[in-house]
Design a protein around this ligand. Structure first.
Ligand SMILES: [Zn+2]
Length: 347
């Protein structure tokens, strides 16, 4: 068993290593704020859940880190309706993923599978609450928070997600990460009360539909802000203009993410028969709820993954190469010393 210090070091490394791939998401801060606010937003009758959900806050960022070691993770973070034939009614798409994609006729990875991922995690969370498996309920609920937050970011709901089709490359990170981190404050949030969700999959498609409708406005705002900053997209005036044009919508989308996530958590609890919520766990494991791979080895709790984490293999490689370098220095310097001693003897 690895020591806690090693696991923390590994997590730190993973957070650093995960930075580039985390770019396609709200920044980690927003995911944390959304999971945290949602825990406080459930109805009062769900007593104990606000406390129970505290260790579910940080895991709101884990799914972005799983992308590094799980090649199937990426498509869980988006759904791009503008890849579908024009006039497709999102709310008529099957909640059965295989049936839906047989109908759509495109590979799931091209369009994204966020709504099915959310529905699957909700079902697992509900079943886990019903069978008193609260650790699994917490893990599925925390991960679900990430995907719910992602589909409220308009650029997760369009094929032109990074402005790559309109010469606006990098717009994704500029809006959701750089700008939002700089201007969004948690005290701007005002979510609506959580409610029971009758048909979660269809609702999620509705949230995506709304998000997708906002995407063109976000892309337009980037062009206007760039023009007003004389083309300097790295300037303060660019970001100020961008926030002026999109800030209100960003705040409303984050509010909606909190409302909808807390509504799904509440729905799981009602469907599970309103069981008593236990004391919170100290912390949740970090590895993927889908595949068992990720930033911590799957050696405790939850379904055990069979694939060895590539990330851990990489840490081993880093540690071995550092040790190798030290050994090399020791060998070279002792050879050098030996050569000098031989030289000194000759004199
Ligand atoms: Zn994401």
């Amino acid at each position: 068993m690895r020591s806690r210090a090693f696991r923390l070091l590994a997590l730190g490394l993973a957070l650093l290593a995960g930075l580039p791939s985390a770019a396609r998401a709200w920044s980690g801060v927003q995911h944390i704020q959304i999971n945290k606010a949602a825990g406080r937003n459930v109805p009062e009758e769900m007593a104990g859940y606000a406390a129970f959900s505290r260790p579910m806050v940080l895991p709101g960022i884990y799914p972005d880190l799983w992308k590094e070691s799980d090649l199937e993770e990426g498509p869980r973070h988006y759904f791009e309706p503008d890849r579908l034939p024009e006039g497709t009614d999102l709310r008529a798409i099957s909640s059965n993923q295989a049936a839906a994609f047989a109908q759509i006729g495109l590979p799931p990875a091209d369009v994204g599978i966020a709504p099915w991922t959310i529905a699957d995690l909700l079902a697992q969370m509900t079943a886990a609450m019903r069978t008193n498996n609260w650790l699994w309920a917490a893990r599925c609920g925390a991960a679900m928070g990430h995907y719910v937050a992602d589909i409220h970011m308009p650029l997760h709901c369009t094929r032109n997600f990074n402005g790559q089709e309109t010469w606006q490359s990098g717009v994704h990170e500029r809006i959701e990460s750089d700008m939002t981190k700089a201007f969004f404050r948690a005290d701007q949030m005002a979510p609506a009360p959580a409610v029971y969700v009758e048909n979660p999959f269809r609702e999620a498609m509705g949230w995506i539909d709304h998000s997708a409708g906002l995407a063109p406005g976000f892309l337009r705002a980037d062009i206007i802000a760039k023009r007003s900053a004389n083309g300097r997209i790295d300037s303060e005036s660019y970001y100020r203009k961008l926030w002026e044009l999109t800030g209100e919508t960003v705040v409303r989308q984050i509010d909606d993410a909190v409302t909808h996530l807390s509504s799904l958590w509440y729905t799981a609890w009602v469907d599970a028969g309103k069981p008593a919520v236990p004391e919170p766990f100290d912390e949740l494991p970090t590895f993927s709820v889908h595949s068992g791979v990720g930033i911590d080895p799957p050696n405790e709790g939850g379904p055990v993954g069979t694939r060895q984490s590539r990330k851990n293999q990489r840490y081993d490689a880093i540690i071995w190469s550092v040790m190798g370098a030290i050994a090399l220095v020791v060998i070279v310097s002792s050879l050098h010393r030996g050569a000098q001693e031989r030289k000194a003897k000759k004199k």
